[in-house]
Write a protein that binds this ligand. Structure first.
Ligand code: NDP
Length: 328
């Protein structure tokens, strides 16, 4: 396959355009390994890239798509051979390096990990960067020493990708999960994933008091801004919140009261540059702690032509759970 199908973002002046076109291998970026991409997914960051709503894409032309599953076609790396099934997420793929929404991807082998044995390529992408980030957040709470015996765990943006996987993981690990959502119509869905209580996002959206009633011990926040501030102000003494997202905003308009008067911790999660060993550990934990049946109930599957409309929908908060893209 010397020429192949790709979604390409380009920029002329200030105007960004997105189109499906045939590209030539000679246009691809450097890398020691060529992968035939079979599956990808749509994360919030892919939505930002394709809509141009945030400056996620930092070189043009660029193939977006921050994670993929596929099969190695060619490699010079001794750890891999043609035919090996691999996955990739992060490392700037889909931001500064050509990404997943193409039939072929050329990348450094160091960015790849073998497809985890617990998952098919489609299941690995149903988890994708969002689900893997939820696992990193749960592992961060565990490293902090928190256990379900100490109180409840809150998940914000619960009906989204990170949120849905976080609800399922925390519930399976024995936590009493409080799911915060702006979509009341998804209450039954969230309960089916394991949520014990639904909290209307509006209750956390406005500026609140520096310290509120202590309601939860742990949390996974994918939205930021006032919601994260209010979550922190209602966290029990010595508890911790893992922050990974900005769907409500990048600001943190709060006070240090929860930190200095209750010993609450804010744990930052960045999935992009996690070292290879911790990535493999996170994927192993997903194999152990995420029910495949539950994963299936939070997943929808789309084709190549649906990528752009779904990217627009995700940044409007309109996608439930996770989306798998069938590439080839
Ligand atoms: P989704 O769109 O699937 O989920 C985001 C959810 O946030 C929505 O479903 C919605 O949940 C809620 N939400 C959306 N808009 C608003 C708003 N204006 N105010 C309050 N809540 C809102 O995205 P992902 O799960 O893929 O990503 C979630 C966030 O995590 C993104 O900001 C993303 O950039 C970030 N992220 C960060 C990573 C990292 O490495 N740090 C890795 C992966 C993701 P509901 O309807 O239930 O309220």
């Amino acid at each position: 396959m010397s020429r192949f199908k790709a979604l390409v973002i380009d920029k002329t002046g200030e105007a960004q355009s997105v189109q499906v076109r045939t590209v030539d291998r000679s246009e691809m970026m450097a890398g020691d390994t060529l992968v035939r991409v079979t599956h990808s997914t749509i994360n919030y960051k892919d939505g930002l890239a394709i809509t141009g709503r945030s400056p996620v894409v930092r070189r043009f032309p660029l193939v977006p798509g921050i994670d993929f599953a596929g099969v190695i076609e060619e490699t010079t790396d001794p750890r891999y051979a043609p035919g090996d099934a691999v996955i990739l997420n992060g490392w700037g793929v889909g931001e500064t390096h050509w990404g997943a929404y193409a039939e072929l991807a050329r990348v450094p082998a160091d960015w790849l990990i073998p497809l985890p044995t617990a998952f098919t390529p489609a299941q690995a992408m149903a988890i994708g960067t969002a689900g893997y980030t939820a696992m990193l957040a749960v592992m961060a709470l565990e490293r902090h020493g928190l256990t379900p015996a100490q109180g409840a765990a809150i998940v914000t943006g619960a009906a989204g990708g990170v949120g849905s996987v976080a609800v399922a993981l925390l519930a399976k690990l024995g936590w009493r999960v409080i799911a915060s959502t702006g979509r009341a119509e998804e209450s039954e869905y969230l309960k089916s994933l394991g949520a014990a209580e639904i909290l209307d996002r509006a209750a956390l959206s406005s500026p609140g008091r520096p310290l509120g009633k202590e309601r939860w011990t742990a949390g996974v926040d994918s939205v930021g801004s006032h919601i994260l501030v209010n979550v922190l102000s209602q966290t029990k003494a010595e508890g911790a919140i893992a922050a990974c997202g900005l769907a409500a905003g990048m600001d943190l308009p709060g006070t240090v009261a929860p930190f200095i008067l209750r010993g609450v911790s804010l744990l930052g999660i960045d999935s992009v540059t996690v070292p290879r060993e911790r990535r493999i550990a996170a994927w192993e934990r997903l194999g152990a702690d995420l029910s495949l049946g539950t994963l299936a109930t939070m997943t929808t599957t789309i084709g190549f032509d649906d990528i752009v409309p779904t990217a627009h929908r995700i940044v409007e908060g309109g996608v439930r759970g996770r989306v798998v893209v069938e590439i080839g």
